[in-house]
Ligand binder design. Sequence first.
Ligand code: GUN
Length: 294
Amino acid sequence: MARIIDGKALAATTRARVAEEAAAFTREHGRAPGLEVVLVGEDPASVVYTRNKEKAAAEVGIRGALHRLPASASQRELLEFVARLNADDAVDGILVQLPLPKGLDADAILDAIDPAKDVDGFHPLNAGLLAVGRGGLVPCTPKGCLALLDHDLATEGEPLDLAGKHAVVIGRSNIVGKPMAQLLLARNATVTIAHSRTRDLPALCREADILVAAVGRARMVRGGWLKAGAIVLDVGINRDADGKLCGDVDTTEALSHAAAVTPVPGGVGPMTIAMLLSNTLLAARARLAASAAP
Ligand code: GUN
């Protein structure tokens, strides 16, 4: 029987560490790190996600607010809003929740966010830095996945050795799939990105030592798709036909094939928010260091 990787527990530890570091930052610099979350429209899932982000930030001593704009907001209004946050020196992190309502150009909005405040890591500059292995702000969900691997599976004090392991990432989004692949590659894994046009996905998955599922299809990955002893990270948050929350992986089946599996809920999800808080602190420190540089 596989182990269940406890994302809730690691997220709680991470949030406690960020809270201590945010308090130290506030003492040293006379202001708290700041995160501003922008939600345009009323997408029900986004309303829940952004409220959770706002609440989690407040709990660790990160200042800021959730800004709600109507779905009718124009591209220009949103760009002006982002420009105001860019210009505000007390703001360290800006997050515009995706997807945006129809008619708004998400790429242009993401391009407009100051890369130094881009705590989502979605700006092309940060995506490029990740691709060439030169740091920058890294997207929260893949960063959380890697933290789960390291925490759960590393031997005492040593980072997990992923060298030569075959990692299969299902999904090629800019939010999860592509940055996840880059992070695994940077750790010397052999990485395959699978997507909707991939042929014989079950056979490919059966070769994976590490499988990351980020497709958004309820319980698509079956137990029989898994190599014995695989590590499975389930990024999906779906509702099944009965309205029950579930991931992209059939967790019950996976538990009898894999070595370790993240549950949904309580796996990758809580880590995404913890990494957002951590990125906000990193951005705050980096901005101060940059402003102090001669
Ligand atoms: N929509 C789904 N996930 C995310 C995320 O991590 N950040 C933003 N901004 N929007 C999202």
